[in-house]
Design a binder for this molecule. Structure first.
Ligand code: 6LW
Length: 511
């Protein structure tokens, strides 16, 4: 039986990196233009995870206040050595560049980070040789337009923040595009170099090489790539960007990113790139990963916030290019957002949200919109979002459902009685078979309820808010926002579950 559950850490959680330290596992993922940056998840059994904090909880740690969408925090690596946790990451288009953070408690606080000069690229890995020399191995990129340089490496002084040599080229895979996400491990007599290649889309793959020293030379596995879902009907696609770890039962496993596409033919992934796990066997001193199997947790997962004091301190809240506490405050058991005219189409919306983690989900907020205009939105980025916006004026509340896809805009309006309004975003699996609905992504219902009335304002085809269409590295983040005046949120409720049916894009049914 394959290891699970899968997804292991659901929702927008790409580029996972993992470390085992003192009988606990710690896992970090990418956050791009969101703050706080780099969630830290903890597990003692490699199966159930709790977010215990974030690496970047102070804006000066990342300097992404104006970073272009999709850049920001890319692909962290977490490691542990002699009582200290290290996270190394690149922050493209921020002055931080390639930066190493340290902490003695992975829940934080983490330090402000030390930039390593002389590393031009993405996806840095950190390891030490037997003498304690630090190696940074990365995917080299010439940001002045020179393109991809393959996997490179430098010895580095982490305290002084500089490379100790010019980058050297290492083994860079089998020739597929974008050799990236390198991780180096010392096991027995070998150093293993694990990389991703093929790009983060359907061709994504894991390849491995080994050598006698961290600097190589490395020889590739004869059957590389050792893992890929490309051109298969597997329900988990895009598998790659892996990190190796020992399992509690004495074996090995990879954590890696993947996507769960929906739709009958061409398939769309509403939740973006998530974190998965799979077992690894060792054959002739080579790692041999198992295919990644879908194994969602059973039952319904619920999260509820009533905004009694301190509720925004939960580490799962996100805001765009700023901290959630800069956008919203709690007051008298309510979350208060103040608008300044900016909408969800702005690069700095007055919005706080949480990851959508299940295909079948409902997010509901209860709002007082007598002193302002605002609502509930699901965001991929400022070009791609949908939601419900409300304002109470006199005896009624006007609710507008808004859908935005890269410059295309459509609105629908409903009128409800005045008073507290509940706004709900509900997502469901697409229909089976070959109906027109089955050709799209998930089905999204935008619902408003007030004064005993429950109105479906519109239903949307979720393909337009999927990683494939949004061309985005992120996923859906759902939460309340304000446009004008003040909007008070009395409660936030998330429920999510998965179907036990396996969706296999493009699978041929024998008859
Ligand atoms: C990441 C790279 C990639 O740095 O996408 O999955 C980039 N592949 O390895 C952003 O997540």
């Amino acid at each position: 039986m394959s290891r699970g559950p899968n997804p292991l850490v659901p929702g927008f959680n790409p580029d996972p990196s993992i470390v085992l330290a003192d009988d606990a596992y710690y896992l970090v993922t990418s956050t791009f233009e969101y703050l706080p940056g780099i969630p830290v998840y903890r597990s003692t059994d490699l199966a159930e995870w709790t977010q215990i904090g974030n690496v970047a909880t102070r804006p000066e740690q990342l300097l992404i206040g104006d970073v272009p969408t999709g850049l920001g925090v890319w692909a962290p690596t977490i490691r542990y050595r002699e009582g200290t946790f290290y996270v190394i990451v690149t922050v493209p288009m921020s002055p931080k560049g390639c930066v190493v953070y340290t902490a003695t408690d992975p829940a934080g606080p983490w330090d402000d980070g030390t930039t390593i000069e002389g590393v031009s690229g993405i996806d840095p890995d950190l390891t030490w040789d037997d003498e304690g020399a630090a190696y940074v191995t990365f995917s080299g990129i010439n940001f002045d337009g020179g393109g991809h340089l393959g996997v490179q490496q430098v010895r580095a002084d982490l305290t002084a923040g500089k490379a100790l040599e010019e980058p050297r080229s290492l083994w860079s895979g089998t020739g597929l595009k974008f050799p990236e996400a390198p991780h180096l491990y010392h096991r027995g007599d070998w150093w293993y170099l694990l990389i991703a290649e093929g790009g983060t889309e359907r061709g994504h793959s894991v390849s491995v090489a080994r050598g006698r020293s961290p600097e190589g030379p490395f020889e590739g596995h004869p059957a590389n790539p050792v893992l890929s879902a490309r051109s298969t009907p597997r329900p988990i696609q895009n598998t790659g960007h892996a990190d190796l770890v020992d399992t509690p039962d004495g074996g090995s496993a990879l954590v890696l990113l993947g996507m769960r596409p929906l739709g009958a033919t061409v398939a769309f992934s509403p939740l973006g790139r998530e974190t998965f796990v799979t077992d690894v066997a060792w054959v002739d001193d080579w790692p041999q990963p198992e295919p990644v199997e879908l194994a969602p947790r059973a039952g319904t997962s619920t999260e509820e916030f009533d905004f009694a004091a301190g509720d925004l301190s939960d580490p799962g809240w996100l805001a765009v290019r700023t901290l959630p506490t800069e956008v919203a405050t709690t007051d008298g058991g309510r979350l208060v957002l103040t608008g300044d005219g900016r909408t969800m189409a702005d690069r700095h919306p007055r919005f706080v949200g949480r990851r959508q983690r299940h295909h079948i989900s409902t997010v509901a907020v209860r709002l007082d919109v007598t002193a302002g205009t605002g609502g509930l939105a699901s965001r991929y980025d400022e070009h791609s979002w949908y939601g419900l916006e409300a304002h109470t004026d006199g005896g009624s509340t006007t609710v507008t459902a808004r859908a935005r896809v890269s410059g295309l805009a459509q609105d629908w309006t409903a009128t409800l009685p005045a008073g507290e309004v509940e706004l709900r975003i509900e997502t469901r699996l697409p229909a089976g078979g070959f109906s027109p609905e089955a050709m799209g992504g998930d089905r999204i219902r935008l619902v408003a309820a007030a004064g005993g009335e429950d109105v479906e304002v519109t239903e949307l085809d979720g393909r337009f808010w999927s990683a494939e269409v949004c061309a985005s590295f992120t996923g859906r983040v759902v939460g309340p926002y304000a446009v004008d005046g003040t909007v008070a949120v009395a409660g936030y409720r998330y429920t999510g579950s998965e179907s036990s049916e396996q969706h296999r894009p493009g699978e041929v049914t024998p008859h």
